[in-house]
Design a protein around this ligand. Structure first.
Ligand code: 0OR
Length: 471
């Protein structure tokens, strides 16, 4: 075993080596561009970070000169990118904290302008508007200018998308609860939302003829129904299927969000018929057999674009695309899993049991049937047996139990989707995503993953939700 001090020494030496390597890459890059922009060597640790931030995060121009100041040199952006990429996770957190804390909003001038704005309330409108504009400008964090400039250098936009992914990770993992980090996240999100607005996105249909690199990414990014092999992938982009992605000029070759569609006669009630059972790979599509579009999988590929709503825009754009290809098509539906239903139900059963209200959840007749079907020992509260049954998933192997539980679970599931809210929206994230996009909850399908397969217990714990949005 390596002792702790040895590990520390090793880490430190790696850091020194890494900073030298960063410097080398940066210098090489500067030589390629034909000019040197990296004159001072970077020191490691906190002082190195402070030094680099002071150099590359230029002060905001004054309000009067804001439209006239020349942009800072591109080298500032490159230096920031290379430095950041060379840091480890812990140092990235440290660096982001420094950036957001020491190079954010100038609080003193904000409060002075806020006071000034209050003082001008009796003055004419033009004066008020001018003070408001100054106040708005003063609310710009100093680092925002650097972020905007980074987006203009090659690879800069992708760097910022990845940077936001790191910031989100810091926030969700609670590695830092700093409000400066939250501010940095908001600034990045609003910049990315502008740059990735729907007019700047390109819709691409992915087919078997698409570049291999793209097909590989489509397979790798699939988050809902994993792609098993190349044949599986070929089918997902073959006849009676459509696969679309949004791409962006600043991130060439990178599908940002991917939507898979099945073209069917009716709204499918199970996923097996879509991802497992296919017409032959070479069959020709018969337009007369295509009445419905089933959106059976959507995956966003860039964690840093969370909240930019690319999935929402993609679904709407694809509906228009399909309507122009199949003018008679009138049914557009998702076929979605309902993650979280089982754990919600277990929580509900435990809570009712604790409160001594277990019996309220089912009718007397249903409890009797559960007791009989589970062969519960006399005196065992039926709510406990039901909770155990649901957590083990054993009921799926028993026809008798499935018959008893179907009406009960379907009723709970309908309530879970329809009645359980968080901040006024559906608690279930998948339902919320579709409902927010303008869809309507249409049908709950019982055991849609179960059809013709007996060995996929994990998947069949949920039922599925079909959401039908009419055009
Ligand atoms: O990023 P957001 O979740 O805020 O919104 P988007 O519209 O950009 O993306 C929505 C998706 C459902 C595509 C996204 O959240 C995702 O990829 N989720 C995991 C896969 C899934 O549940 N479909």
């Amino acid at each position: 075993m390596i002792s702790h001090p040895v590990i520390c020494a090793f880490r430190n030496s790696v850091r020194c080596w890494r900073h030298r390597a960063v410097l080398k890459v940066a210098v090489e890059a500067s030589d390629i561009s034909g000019w040197r922009w990296f004159s001072t060597p970077i020191r490691g640790g906190t002082s190195g970070m402070e030094e680099i931030l002071a150099r590359v995060v230029a002060p905001l121009p004054t309000y009067e000169t804001r439209d006239k100041s020349p942009p800072p040199p591109e080298s500032n952006s490159f230096e920031f990118i290379y430095y950041y990429r060379g840091l480890d996770k812990e140092d990235k957190l440290h660096f982001m904290t420094k950036l957001s804390q020491d190079f954010g909003v100038e609080h003193k001038s904000v409060s002075e302008l806020a006071v000034k704005l209050l003082d001008t309330q009796q003055r004419d409108l033009a004066t008020i508007l001018q003070v408001e504009d100054r106040l708005r400008y003063s609310l710009t964090p100093r680092y925002k200018q650097l972020l905007s400039h980074i987006s203009r250098v090659e690879g800069g936009v992708k760097f910022l998308v990845d940077l936001r992914a790191d910031v989100l990770e810091i926030i969700t993992s609670k590695a830092s609860e700093s409000s400066h980090i939250r501010d940095l996240n908001s600034t990045l999100k609003s910049l990315l939302s502008e740059w990735f607005s729907v007019g700047l996105l390109r819709l691409e249909r992915i087919t078997w003829q698409s570049p291999c690199e793209i097909l590989q990414k489509i397979s790798q990014y699939e988050a809902v129904h994993p792609v098993r092999n190349w044949t599986d992938l070929k089918r997902r982009v073959g006849p009676y299927r459509r696969c679309y992605a949004f791409t962006h000029a600043a991130m060439p070759g990178e599908p940002l969000v991917v939507l898979h569609v099945a073209l069917t006669e009716d709204i499918s009630d199970n996923i097996q018929s879509i991802v497992r059972e296919f017409a032959t790979l070479d069959s020709e599509e018969d337009v007369n057999k295509v009445n419905s579009a089933i959106f059976y999988s959507i995956s966003s590929t860039q964690a840093g674009l969370q909240g930019v709503e690319l999935g929402n825009y993609l679904i709407k754009r694809v509906v228009r695309e399909l309507q122009s290809e199949f003018p008679h098509m009138a049914q557009f539906s998702s076929l979605s899993p309902i993650p979280g239903f089982t754990s919600w139900l277990q929580g509900l059963l435990s809570q009712y049991r604790k409160e001594g209200r277990g019996s309220d959840l089912l009718s007397e007749q249903e409890w009797k049937e559960v007791e009989q079907a589970t062969d519960s020992a006399p005196g065992t509260p039926a709510a406990d047996s039901l909770r155990k049954l649901i957590s083990s998933g054993d009921w799926m192997r028993s026809e008798r139990l499935s018959i008893v539980l179907e009406p009960v679970l379907m009723r709970f599931c309908a309530w879970y989707l329809y009645g359980e809210k968080r901040r006024g929206c559906a608690l279930n994230p998948v339902a919320n995503f579709h409902l927010q996009n303008g869809a309507t909850m249409w049908r709950l399908n019982w055991c849609p993953n179960f059809k013709r397969t007996a060995n996929c217990e994990k998947e069949i714990r949920t039922t599925q939700l079909s959401v039908w949005s009419a055009g």
